[in-house]
Ligand binder design. Structure first.
Ligand code: SF4
Length: 278
């Protein structure tokens, strides 16, 4: 395992900073745009495009400090990858949907598109920090620039965008980056897209494994060795990862539960397998 993240790469790090949610600059889009289904992640049903009843007039969450207790634990793990502030402040120029209700429905439709693009940007930017992927850096940089360009398009153009086709191209590139990054790990397991729901993986050797798009919901991963594992698109909801070693794992995303306003859960608006990256 010779290759780790190249922390000397300052440009990708700066790019990643712009992909962190800034809820203060967002019009609560993740609390309005997606539909929720009552589940372990959400206490209520809510149709797409309708504001969560807990969303305050200032676009803050009225139960931010009690989300888990009140059954909204999904809100604590969702990440928009900075799409909320992009759509609010760039795509719609800082005009909020309450003051300009005629823009509301378009804004709510644009948000998940930009969110998907920002998620891709996050992964591409991470791939650019991996020293082992140097031979792909040219292609990755071009993908990063093109995806960034798409995020700055007008609402009408964004709504016409074939995000799935764009995602497929990027996914192929990320797959190549993953192979390069994990090349030095011997006897690594292949669990791409695997159904590992509720699996007993306590102490498992998953070093360098591909868990791309794997379903690990409720899995027991205590003390598992996940060093250098590729976890892109893996669904870890409810998984027990106490004591697991995720050092050097790639394409791991982290929720920002310390944000002033947490956001709705991935789980309740989970994408179909065809749309999931992995
Ligand atoms: S964070 Fe969750 S509970 Fe709070 S307003 Fe947003 S969707 Fe509703």
């Amino acid at each position: 395992m010779s290759e780790q993240h190249d922390h000397a790469a300052s440009a990708p790090e700066a790019e990643r900073l712009s992909l962190r949610a800034d809820c203060e600059s967002c019009f609560g889009l993740c609390c309005v745009a997606p539909a929720f289904s009552a589940s372990a992640d959400f206490a209520i049903n809510k149709p797409a495009g309708q504001a969560c009843p807990n969303l305050q007039p200032d676009f803050r969450c009225g139960i931010h400090t009690r989300l888990r207790k009140q059954g909204f634990q999904g809100c604590t793990v969702y990440d928009c990858f900075g799409a909320g502030q992009k759509v609010s402040q760039v795509t719609f120029g800082g005009q909020d949907w309450r003051r300009a209700p005629e823009t509301a429905q378009q804004m709510f439709k644009v948000f998940p598109i930009v969110r998907d693009l920002h998620e891709l940007l996050w992964y591409v930017t991470e791939a650019l920090t991996l020293g082992a992927t140097r031979s792909l850096h040219g292609e990755l940089s071009r993908a990063q620039q093109e995806t960034g360009r798409l995020t700055r398009q007008s609402p009408d153009v964004l709504l016409e965008l074939d995000v799935d086709a764009h995602r497929q191209g990027i996914n192929d590139l990320l797959l190549g980056a993953s192979e390069l990054a994990r090349a030095d790990v011997r006897h690594k397991k292949e669990h791409r897209g695997a159904d590992l729901i509720g699996a007993d993986l306590q102490g498992a050797d998953l070093r360098g494994a591909s868990l791309r798009g794997a379903y690990l919901i409720g899995a027991d991963l205590r003390a598992a060795d996940l060093r250098m594992a590729d976890v892109i698109g893996a669904d870890f909801r409810g998984a027990d990862i106490r004591g697991a070693d995720l050092t050097g794992s790639i394409f791991l995303t982290s929720p920002s539960s310390t944000r002033p306003r947490a956001t709705p859960a991935q789980g309740c608006r989970r994408r179909s397998p065809a749309q999931r990256i992995g």
